[in-house]
Ligand binder design. Structure first.
Ligand code: BD4
Length: 379
């Protein structure tokens, strides 16, 4: 790969060395995941032996495609990440950029061998049982990360279980890491930001209505994540994406007794103060952190949290379905990528044939997300 950029600007390497390829400096290892954001691979820095996660994002401009726009968004993501330093936020270590691709070298989630995936929800799904008190330990860390972001006038705009990872390394308790700042925005006074991007289950009504977004948009997503965490039920999930979006707009959710029988009233109150249609009326991250469910005011309140538990049976079901959908979406994304590649570059007969085959595979099995990120309307 001919690089026209090297290591991150805070590193002396960037100034003194000629442009280097990511593979000159890092040994690329297995793929950790892939999706709309590109591909993430584990890698090892040759000079130090330290492991990282390398995120590859294709940024080539090509006729008939809007993929060139991604470059602006990735540059925005890099600018945001460079500014962030918090234990609950994934750190950017290095950056490589060339005309067709950007490679972000990020802090790597270290996993104990018994754990797969690295996502918080996978970790929880493997537990026999989890009290609200234990769930709150994770939620509190998510809130601390989000409070830090919002304090710096940055909104993530893509908070969902896939972007909440868990690190179990050199610390007494597993540590939450918020990842993927691909949709994040710096919020500026006097500038309204609107977007149609996100995942239907987690997006706030103002996104669907194409109204101005703010840090409160992230707080809605935290409300949805908490609801799922406690019950294994997605509050607005419909049969189709259109139905889900319509449920979000109606604010139609309830605490069905058969799923919430073990849930404390304080937990329900917490969710109710987040799943509020009017963004200004939602709790902020700082307010959440002092809500009595998170910071109990009395022993009685604290005792209630440890007696209440999350609905493990249903949560495991939710997580299995979620993982299945993610794999399914990945296959569809690969098929789409294959088609886009063929639009961009001359193809051989063999490639043409393969693409037709994958088109047929995808027939009748569209990805579940209606609004995918990085559309032209994302900026
Ligand atoms: O920034 C990252 N650091 C990671 O370790 C990481 C990152 C990203 C953006 C995606 C990642 C990972 C990662 C780590 C493991 C062990 C497994 C999968 C990983 N993925 C892809 C899936 C994220 N939900």
């Amino acid at each position: 790969m001919a690089e026209d950029g090297g290591a991150s600007s805070d590193s002396p390497k960037a100034v003194t060395l000629p442009a280097r390829s990511v593979e000159d400096l890092y040994e690329l290892l297995e793929t950790l995941g892939s999706g709309h954001f590109g591909v993430v691979k584990r890698c090892r820095e040759r000079s130090t032996g330290v492991f990282y996660a390398a995120k590859f994002v294709k940024t080539r401009r090509c006729r008939g495609s809007r993929r060139g726009l991604e470059r602006v968004q990735v540059e925005k993501e890099v600018a945001i990440l460079r500014d962030l330093q918090h234990p609950n936020i994934m750190q950017l270590h290095d950056l490589f950029t060339c005309r067709a691709e950007m490679v972000l070298v990020l802090e790597l989630i270290a996993l104990p061998c018994r754990m797969r995936g690295g996502e918080l929800f996978d970790f929880i799904a493997e537990k026999e049982m989890l009290s609200e008190e234990e769930a709150i330990e994770f939620l509190e860390q998510i809130l601390l990360g989000v409070q830090y972001l919002h304090g710096r006038r940055i909104a993530h705009f893509d908070l969902k279980p896939e972007n909440i990872m868990l690190q179990e390394k050199d610390v007494p308790k597993p540590q939450i890491k918020i990842i993927d700042f691909g949709l994040a925005q710096k919020l500026e006074d006097g500038v309204t930001f609107k977007s149609l991007c996100g995942t239907p289950q987690y997006i706030a009504p103002e996104v669907i209505n194409y109204e101005p977004l703010s840090s409160a948009t992230d707080m809605w997503s935290i409300g949805v994540i908490t609801y799922i965490l406690l019950s294994g039920l997605s509050p607005f999930q419909g049969e189709t994406d259109a139905e889900t979006l319509s449920n979000v707009l109606e604010g139609a959710y309830e605490f069905e007794e058969r799923y919430f029988s073990e849930t404390s009233e304080m937990a329900k109150d917490f969710i109710q103060q987040l799943l509020v249609k009017e963004p200004q009326e939602r709790m902020t991250a700082s307010e959440c952190l002092v809500h009595p469910w998170i910071k109990p005011l009395s022993r009685k309140q604290a005792a209630k949290r440890s007696r209440s538990s999350i609905n493990m049976k249903n949560f495991r079901k939710f997580n299995a379905r979620r993982k299945w959908k993610l794999s399914y979406n990945m296959v569809s994304a690969c098929n789409r990528l294959c088609r886009m590649r063929l639009l961009c570059s001359p193809r051989t007969e063999d490639e043409e044939l393969r693409c037709c085959e994958s088109d047929q595979e995808e027939e009748g099995s569209r990805p579940v997300m209606l609004l995918r990120r990085r559309r032209s309307s994302c900026s």
